[in-house]
Each structure stands twice: as structure tokens, then as C-alpha cells.
Write a protein of this length. Sequence first.
Length: 137
Amino acid sequence: MGKHYTDSIKRIVKKLHQENTPIGKISEITDIPKRSIYWIIKSFKENNENLKKENTGRKLKLNKYEERRFIRSINKSSKKSLREFSKDYKLDNGKYICKSTVSNVFKKHNINSYVPRKCPFLSKKNVTARYQFGSNF
């Protein structure tokens, strides 16, 4: 198995080669064997670029600014479910995000994704009864 070289070293080799530097000189400068330099140059010529491409993969639904705005809206109204958050986001911004996206944003920012239970309404009668029960013990 051959050695793998970083993209920065490959860029240096490519730049030196484009400046018509001899292979032996490139080998001395970078401490890479001549055969490996030939291979790097060959791969550049065949593939046009052998460097890792930026922004590969699926695009994000929310960029960092939209995500930050979404987190602010979550902090303002925390008694909603995941579906309600996704529906509200669509109404506000016109962009649909599913509940799993909302859940992933919650996890990323360490926010609990549960809906807190509502406190029961206590009538005056129940408040006095609880107070008396507590004062007995």
C-alpha cells in the first residue's frame, strides 16, 4: 500500500511542476520520491484536479444564520412540539423543514425536545386544601 499525501503537498507539487521545476528538484524540496511525484502529476493531468472537492454531499436545509434564528424562536416559545416548530418555521420563512431536521437542530444545540406538561389549574378551594394538608405534616 502506497503513501497518501495531503492536498496541500499535492498543491505544492502541482505548483512547482507548473513553474517548470525539474522532478528531481521537486523531490528534494518536498522529500517525496520521484515516482510519487510522477504519480501526483499524472493524476492531476488525468482528472484535471485530484484534490478533495469542497461542499460535497447533501446541502443543508438550514444555513448557520437560519439555524441561529430558529434557535432564538425556540427559546421564545418552548412549549411546542417538533411538528409545531416545523409548521411555524414554514409560515415564517416559507421553507419546509421536517420534524427530524428540527430534532437534529435540538441535539446540535443541546436542547431537550420534550413538550413540558401544563400545570393544572388550582382553584381557591384546592389551594386552601393543599395548604391545610401541608401544615398538618
